[in-house]
Design a protein around this ligand. Structure first.
Ligand SMILES: N[C@@H](CCC(=O)N[C@@H](CS)C(=O)NCC(=O)O)C(=O)O
Length: 199
């Protein structure tokens, strides 16, 4: 397997999960700020016509895109790592509930703040949308170690990565102490430290 990833981006979640799963994989780093050329001369859009990371190249040569798909694929290929509950169980739908929430409500809300053309009023509106979502997470994490309860899953890797953008986006997490404690705890995992060192 080969992961195409960009430093600081959401693709770090798949990287963390590949390490957590102990998978043999190679990493291809590219810069989203640059021309998005791959080391072999191709362009990011050659492997993902949608033009973004993450992209996972499977052993059969196919490319898989979309965080939610990649993360579940990595978990399912390596069940011993227990990064996701078994397919078809209610717990698995709960995981997908979290992944959907992280993807469309957290990732895609916070991600808007990277756009420098948005002025203060728009940034304030984006933060207003984010706040109740952060409060929801904070309440849940005040009662649970991880999103799924006792067990670290791919959803935690994904949430960790997108919330790690907050300091760079001037989004204050101080009102959410359980969320801050959760992030500090996730940051101690070897896979997370390794990925942060590699990017
Ligand atoms: N729907 C995609 C979105 C992925 C995404 O937002 N990737 C960002 C990095 S965090 C990216 O590559 N952005 C470049 C672009 O959109 O041009 C997914 O969940 O995988």
């Amino acid at each position: 397997m080969k992961l195409y990833s960009a430093p600081g981006s959401c693709s770090m979640a798949a990287h963390i999960c590949l390490l957590e799963a102990g998978v043999d994989f190679s990493l291809v780093k590219l810069s989203l700020a640059g021309n998005r050329q791959l080391p072999d001369g191709r362009h990011l859009s050659d492997i993902n016509p949608k033009g973004y990371v993450p992209v996972l190249e499977l052993d059969n040569g196919e490319y898989l895109t979309e965080n939610i798909a990649l993360l579940q694929y990595i978990a399912d290929q390596n069940p011993a790592a227990q990064l996701a509950p078994a397919s078809g169980t209610l717990a698995r739908y709960r995981l997908q509930e979290w992944l959907g929430f992280i993807n469309s409500e957290v990732h895609k809300t916070l991600g808007l703040l990277f756009n420098p053309v948005f002025e203060q009023q728009v940034r304030g509106a984006i933060q207003d949308k984010f706040s109740p979502r952060a409060a929801y997470l904070d309440k849940h994490l005040s009662q649970h170690d991880y999103l799924m309860g006792q067990q670290f899953t791919v959803a935690d890797a994904y949430l960790y990565v997108v919330l790690s953008w907050c300091p760079h986006l001037a989004v204050d997490l101080a009102p959410y102490p359980a969320l801050q404690a959760y992030l500090a705890h996730i940051a101690t995992r070897d896979a997370v430290k390794n990925v942060q060192g590699a990017h």
